[in-house]
Ligand binder design. Structure first.
Ligand SMILES: CSC[C@H]1O[C@H](OP(=O)(O)O)[C@H](O)[C@@H]1O
Length: 389
């Protein structure tokens, strides 16, 4: 059975409540932009691509089930206002802002079309939002293909072991995944020896979500603590040498600096120290050419209680009562808690940026110029797709 974080049909949107995984698989009904905003803010749905798609579809469901106006301009204004609100739910992942910008243009164009009315503007929006769900899966399959080819070529062929951080699979996207999509493609090609995933404190995207996906797909994998990940790169023997670390992204700046889940930067430093390839996997909708470098990326800070409370009511199969959970939290009572959700990895530590159109690598200058690379692609020049520098 395919893992679905998002279930959509015209007029109905359900999201898999990821706060309850892996213990419970429950879908929450999303009926409006407001419902969508809260689902994203609470992290019942998360992952840069999934955030954008859920936000867009939440508004689509609201438009489908609630008549707003017969006037094209009024529906256009309503949609734009709701999109501006949805973008405030989480600031770092650019996919949501990118989607909102594209959807606004579609709606403004529809409203200016001769003979348009409220219904035609609403339909133009809903059709575009629904298309995002479909396009994301095919983008991720392209990321998987190019990423697997690149890693296999860089490793000189044979089976490779790969480490990943956080969750970038079907639970972070419309399906298949980005960095986890690369692991899925390596596995499908018969090129994966072993996958390692980090637990990814404090939300535990790795131990709760990526582990869940790897077990679901029967991919040979081992869960490790965040602090152990670096030591793994020195290990020989049963783990064999890890050929690459592949991670997702929430925002890639024009120079290749990348914001991703907290803990990514230290993995990149370790990879550089041990001569292990470090790759970012993301669709082009995660590349933000307006952000010139990582210094300009806003890093979301989440509530400290996400660090000081155990997730969910169960621990090791035993129901924890609130007193026990409170005890754990008191350990942090009174102390300051800092919980940034992301960090920024400088481009100098990144060997390649895997996208659905190929792998961007640094030029002779030793740096990425994604603006030029994307312009070249638009003129028919494909990025380096296989192999090292
Ligand atoms: C393909 S998901 C990209 C990105 O999103 C995750 O963050 P969060 O779980 O807080 O939404 C993580 O940084 C992934 O790498």
């Amino acid at each position: 059975m395919v893992l679905e974080a998002i279930r959509y049909k015209p007029g109905s949107l359900k999201i898999l409540n990821q706060l309850k995984l892996p213990h419970q698989e429950e879908y929450d009904e999303i009926r409006s932009a407001e419902d969508g905003w809260h689902a994203i803010k609470d992290m019942r749905t998360r992952g840069a691509p999934a955030i954008a798609i859920v936000a867009a579809l939440a508004l689509a469901v609201e438009l489908t089930n609630n008549k707003t106006s017969d006037k094209a301009e009024e529906v256009s204004a309503f949609i734009i206002e709701k999109l501006d609100y949805l973008v405030t739910s989480r600031p770092t992942a650019v996919n949501l802002a990118d989607a909102a910008g594209k959807l606004k243009k579609i709606v403004e164009t529809a409203a200016k079309t001769n003979g348009s009315d409220g219904a035609s503007v609403s339909k133009a929006y809903c059709d575009a939002a629904a298309q995002m769900l479909i396009a994301d899966v095919s983008d991720n399959e392209g990321i998987g293909k190019y990423g697997a080819e690149w890693i296999s070529k860089a490793a000189g062929g044979g089976k490779v072991s790969v480490l990943t951080h956080c969750n970038t699979g079907s639970l972070a996207t419309a399906g298949y995944g980005t960095a986890l999509g690369v692991i899925r493609s390596l596995h499908a090609n018969g090129s994966l020896k072993h996958a390692f995933c980090t637990e990814t404190r404090p939300y535990n995207q790795g131990s709760r979500l990526t582990a869940f996906e790897l077990v679901h797909d029967k991919i040979p994998a081992t869960l490790v603590t965040d602090s152990m990940a670096s030591a793994l790169l020195r290990l020989k023997g049963p783990t064999e040498r890890i050929a690459a670390i592949v991670v997702g992204a929430d925002r890639v700046a024009a120079n290749g600096d990348t914001a991703n889940k907290i803990g990514t930067y230290q993995l990149a430093i370790t990879a550089k120290y041990h001569g292990v390839k470090f790759l970012v996997a993301a669709p082009r909708t995660t590349i933000d050419l307006k952000t010139k470098s990582g210094a300009d990326i806003v890093i979301e800070e989440r509530p400290g209680k996400e660090m000081t409370f155990l997730k969910g009511p169960r621990f090791d199969g035993v129901d924890l009562d609130l007193t026990q959970v409170e005890t754990i939290s008191i350990a942090a009572k009174g102390i300051d808690v800092w919980n940034p959700s992301f960090d920024v990895t400088p481009a100098e530590l990144i060997d390649g940026i895997i996208t659905e159109i190929g792998v961007f690598e640094k030029g002779a200058s030793g740096s990425f110029d994604l603006t030029a690379a994307l312009e070249a692609h638009n003129e028919g020049v494909k990025p380096t797709t296989v192999g090292g520098l």
